[in-house]
Design a protein around this ligand. Structure first.
Ligand code: FE
Ligand code: FE
Ligand code: ZN
Length: 262
């Protein structure tokens, strides 16, 4: 995966820990993970981001689904230790009618079960679009989850540009305002990764459909400001746009062409 990312012009990448729909993960070959760590160092790659399966729902109303989330999460965190010090991102989940407060409680419960002092991974809560009963479309909700988690020094946030825009944070007209709000509610030091996606839907639509960079309602100008924002320097940006490899290569080149920070 590292080699492919490098060929595309990237210096980080995101990957799924297993089939995005869940199920079994491949056994880890320590030769592979060691080779990656060497590759990361030699090529000056930033931290990489592992994404939990979409089916993981820590705040489901069904015990089997919550147990499944626990098993996958715990297993993923153990596997992540083969490559110490990276990032693991998950969707906080959908409360499916139990209410946001209950959802927040169940998510923190899961984190309190899976986080240990020993882990070196930073676990990221992703900002959500607020589709259906999704928890985490407001910074305050993520803050509550963090506050309810004992080992919250292990937690960070991954900001998804499509999701926050769909959730009603106007990164197009008021990026500074959104970053200030993030800072006031969560603290910018919690921001560990950015999913850089345009949106197929208008502002505040609570939809979550990613679009190619510059071809959606966020638009290229907003992305130019975003990647050049001094407060976001050194944070890994990861594309989740609807592309094949060639498309990613072009988007990376496009964004690099707009990048002015050194
Ligand atoms: Fe995600
Ligand atoms: Fe995302
Ligand atoms: Zn999304």
């Amino acid at each position: 995966m590292g080699e492919t990312a490098k060929e595309l012009g990237a210096n980080t990448f995101q990957f799924f820990t297993r089939n995005p729909r869940g199920t079994a993960a491949k056994t880890i070959d320590k030769n592979d993970t060691d080779a990656f760590l060497e590759f990361q160092k030699t090529n000056k790659f930033g931290k990489i981001l592992a994404h939990a399966p979409y089916t993981l729902n820590p705040c489901s109303d069904k015990k089997e689904t919550r147990d499944f989330a626990y098993m996958v999460f715990k297993d993923d965190l153990e596997r992540m230790e083969y490559t110490p010090g990276q990032l693991y991102n998950f969707h906080p989940g959908s409360h499916v009618g139990q209410g946001t407060e209950k959802g927040i409680e169940l998510i923190s419960q899961l984190l309190n079960r899976v986080l240990t002092k020993k882990i070196t991974t930073t676990v990221l809560l992703e900002t959500m679009a607020g589709k259906g009963s999704e928890v985490g479309s407001k910074f305050e909700e993520l803050k509550k989850i963090i506050d309810n988690t004992v080992l919250n020094e292990k937690l960070g946030v991954c900001l998804d540009t499509c999701h926050v825009f769909d959730a009603g944070y106007d990164i197009v007209n008021d990026l500074d305002g959104v970053l200030n709000e993030f800072d006031n509610v969560l603290g910018l030091n919690r921001l560990k990764a950015i999913h850089i996606n345009d949106s197929m839907n208008p502002f505040n639509s609570h939809k979550d459909r990613h679009q190619k960079i510059g071809q959606g309602s966020i638009g290229l100008e907003a992305f130019e400001k975003l990647i050049n924002h001094p407060k976001l320097k050194n944070i890994p940006f990861l594309l989740e746009t609807p592309n094949e490899l060639e498309g990613y290569k072009q988007e990376i080149a496009l964004l690099k062409g707009l990048y002015r920070l050194t």
